[in-house]
Design a binder for this molecule. Structure first.
Ligand code: EPZ
Length: 417
């Protein structure tokens, strides 16, 4: 089991290059199932989640090859419509193959994705949309089967602007017969990125990035080449590290507008930020002001940055309030931070953080991907050397993470025991 040791107290300094977005490349990979032939995704990160999604496609008959940041996917021969259960249960995002497979083969049978550490993660909105497009859905014994000889365009209202449901339904609607309208759609940048790939493949989509997406189904799509957008959450995580250690970083390869809620909150906390078009220069300082943060669907404050900010606010000068509205159980990192002397009180979906003078090194666990990043941030601030376990969670979403940390001055050691 791999662990990382971090000796706290180092001010981070230097430049970091942000990788392609995990939460974009995963739906992009799924979308290639909509067509036959070889598609390519440039500036793709190599992550355990990307490897997992490639293995799902390999199981279905697609060939995948990753070389120097380019992921090539040959979906000429799709021989199955039953994604492997152990991979679907391991990574929820593999459920994103349901829409493309249903549109391409007319039948999908797969394990229910199940919940994870941060919540039940239901799929009711995905299924409501597939049924509206004419699919027959059967659920039993932990499996779900969807059948639709042909999908038909439909008007679909999402009770919640679900990112995954918007993506799954966009992909299915691209090959449906007729016009589909997705209302109350998610607005995340990853939705626009997916829409751009689908359009390059020949799909007719309007309105991605707004809450109403209109799709005119076409009879077939062609392979395409696409460059994935940079990872706004990786970028935000490194910005918080600079703020937490009073360091100075230049974060390169970003789309600054995707980070507006994050940079706004950092400026509110008192750090200096110079926001360029594709890079951000940050100068941390000793006096961090407390913040009130409420997570919301984009363009609100991202839930995927909540844990990282909670770590930062443990040493702010005063009381901060963090409210999590997107997931029902996304405060598990609070318990780990308390092991490091943080003063946090949880009351339902609200956390009250009283700033303390310093954190104390401890052995803590990465309870999920973003909580893992929060543990790294806390360890960088703490007095002494911390041990972070369960780091497989971190490797899901941060490419070359330990190398990037070391390059900017984190005193880190990886133990593989
Ligand atoms: C995506 O998950 C991201 N994952 C998550 O990032 C991110 O936190 C989330 O969007 C919100 O921004 C990927 O893109 C691979 P949702 P997704 O459907 O699509 C409820 C990370 O750390 N809901 O927008 O699963 C759901 O329970 C990960 O990188 C339903 O009720 O998120 C949750 O409370 C974590 N019914 C809320 O909506 C449904 O059918 C948001 O879920 C679907 C969702």
């Amino acid at each position: 089991m791999k662990k990382i040791l971090i000796e706290g107290g180092a001010r981070l300094f230097g430049e970091v290059h942000i990788s392609g977005a995990k939460n974009s490349v995963l739906p992009l990979i799924a979308a290639t199932l909509l067509t036959e032939g070889v598609s390519a995704i440039d500036e793709s990160p190599w992550l355990s989640d990307v490897d997992c999604m490639c293995r799902v496609l390999n199981h279905l008959g697609a060939a995948t090859h990753f070389e120097r940041g380019t992921l090539s996917i040959d979906t000429t021969r799709i021989v199955g419509c039953e994604p492997p259960g152990e991979l679907v249960r391991k990574m929820r995002a593999s459920f994103l193959v349901m829409g493309p497979l249903l549109a391409r083969t007319g039948r999908v049978c797969m394990s229910l994705p199940g919940g994870c550490a941060i919540g039940a993660r239901p799929i009711d909105l995905h299924l409501k949309g597939f049924e509206a497009m004419g699919a027959k859905i059967d659920i039993g014994h932990g499996f779900i089967e969807a059948k639709a000889p042909r999908l038909f365009g439909s008007r679909i209202y999402l009770d919640f602007p679900s990112v995954g449901a918007t993506e799954n339904l966009m992909m299915a609607a691209s090959l449906a017969e007729g016009h589909t309208v997705i209302e109350n759609a998610a607005l995340e940048p990853e939705i626009i990125d997916l829409s751009n790939l689908l359009s390059a493949m020949g799909a007719k989509i309007k309105g991605a990035g707004t809450n109403t997406i209109r799709i005119e189904g076409v009879s077939s799509l062609s392979p395409a080449r696409h460059t994935v957008i940079p990872d706004r959450i990786e970028a935000g995580s490194f910005l918080v590290m600079a703020a937490a250690t009073g360091g100075e970083l230049i974060v390169n390869n970003v789309i600054s507008e995707h980070l507006q809620p994050v940079t706004a909150k950092l400026q509110e906390s008192g750090v200096f930020l110079e926001v360029g078009y594709d890079s951000i220069h940050i100068l941390g300082n000793e006096e961090l002001r407390p913040l009130d943060i409420k997570t919301l669907p984009y363009p609100g404050f991202p839930t995927d940055m909540q844990a990282q900010f909670m770590a930062l606010l443990t040493v702010a000068r005063g009381c901060s309030v963090v409210t999590e509205t997107v997931f029902e159980n996304r405060f598990m990192h609070a318990g780990e931070l308390q092991k490091m002397n943080a003063d946090i009180r949880i009351d339902g979906n609200t956390a009250r953080i009283n700033g303390v003078s310093h954190l104390q090194a401890a052995t803590v666990a990465a309870t999920d991907l973003r909580a893992g990043a929060a543990m790294v941030i806390a360890a960088q601030m703490a007095r002494g050397t911390s041990v972070i376990t369960e780091i497989q969670h971190i490797e899901r979403g941060y490419e070359n993470f330990c190398q990037k940390l070391e390059k900017i001055g984190t005193r880190i050691k990886v133990l593989d025991i």
